[in-house]
Design a protein around this ligand. Sequence first.
Ligand code: PLP
Length: 360
Amino acid sequence: MSRVYNFSAGPAVLPEEVLKEAAEEMLDYNGTGMSVMEMSHRSAAFKEIIDTAEKDLRDLMNIPDNYKVLFLQGGASQQFAMIPMNLMKNKVADYIVTGQWAKKAYQEAQKYGKVNKIASSEDKTFSYIPDVSDLPVSPDADYVYICENNTIYGTKYRQLPNTKGKTLVADVSSCFLSEPVDVTKYGIIYGGVQKNIGPAGMVIVIIREDLITEDVLPGTPTMLTYKTHADAGSLYNTPNAYCIYMCGKVFKWLKSMGGLEEMKRRNEEKAKILYDFLDESKLFHGTVVPEDRSLMNVPFVTGDKEMDAKFVKEATAAGLVNLKGHRTVGGMRASIYNAMPKAGVEALVAFMKKFEEENA
Ligand SMILES: *Cc1c(COP(=O)(O)O)cnc(C)c1O
């Protein structure tokens, strides 16, 4: 068996310890004589899995009691519709567009009401986060929406927007559990888990209780109403049980590593190795303004498409895989999520140095 360093933006690298544990439990989970994939979601064994997963996530993120944690299907993209359907009481919402995912959410919301783009960084290919300290927030906005870490462009908010008292909704798919957060600053925090937590096919929604109501837009399906899932403890229908089990293992792993303060320290350390090299390299450069750089997704280019392609090809042969950038940015992107070890980033930088020397 040989494992590569996988820099994929998602689905992405998972902690090796977690994968090994899951493999050991594949045929017989905890004396049940069956795999978690084969068991009833109403069984006692599964109830313990989902309850423990929720409790560990609450511990990790310090989630207050007046927030619900929902394990839902449909990925992060389903939330692009679910959020307006459930929150648009006045049918007005403000969006800050800092990349493709924010833009998709902004476009989807337009199906349900009046949607204002109150800031954008599209003028410079989303390579920065706009000033969000004093935005023209609509007086009747039901919420202000952001994508906190922009997976494709490699930017991250350093400061949350001043929403002038309006509910903040944030897509944190690609920075989920990468550092501590103050949950009380948000009405909804949500993310697809396949970036920084677990396997694909699930979204975790952390939602303040007062936002969970029956007063949703007419025609909202039962399955797309937060109240349905909140009332049923995420077991209204069959959930993505195996994914919940895997995420639960990752939560335990994060706790054993020292929690989110420690993950932040590690992520800063890893990102610095790569950004420091990009800042001194004559061949490679980062595409994002330094103050808005993401700790999770690091796009970089040589400025020459053929050279980029040569780099990706040779890196792949050296066991450094999935470094090709998103088609809208080109070049390269290294996603260095929680589960990417420091040794993986060091191996990447060593390879980049060697490549630079050989191609000077
Ligand atoms: C990947 C990603 C999405 C889409 O996630 P799906 O689970 O595939 O719907 C949305 N937002 C961000 C920030 C992402 O990185």
